[in-house]
Design a protein. Sequence first.
Length: 191
Amino acid sequence: MPILIDLFFTFAKIGMFTFGGGYAMISLIENTCVENKKWITHDEMMTVTVIAESTPGPIAINCATYVGYKKGEFPGAIAATLGMVLPSFVIIYLISKFLNHFLEITWVANAFKGIKIAVGILIVDAAIKMLKKMKKKPMQVIMVCFAVVSMILINVFALNISSMVLMLASAVIGIVVFSINNNLRMEHMKE
């Protein structure tokens, strides 16, 4: 039972004090679950981030569900997921219920302008941490460079291309490269 309470309050704290959505939360989830509590390894965090991004649902909730399941099976998954969702739900509900023109309040609008900058920094921080800890195999480095250059070109030329297209292209390239490497390894073993 204590792990369920710990999971709930850990993810409630992350959910309550993180603005900017799932990508901004990745850095905090990693800091809490990998470095502080040691619930999962960094490699697991990287894998979960990729899987959470490519499955339906918000990335932070998917990460919380995975960590919860790993630590407390199905009840742990529920506790972590509720912890992640409940604070945001309550805050948004109260704002929508009692403050019709919440964002028209000058100090709130200015606060959100500052929060946008912090969110960008949190997303870049998560990306840098993942890049630093990534195994530097040639194919992985090429894929990262391809993705970064693609995203820059897409933004510079204001192209309307979904990030899912890039993810699918990367998956196809990964499968092709893995198949080629596997075939070469099998041929080498036969010799």
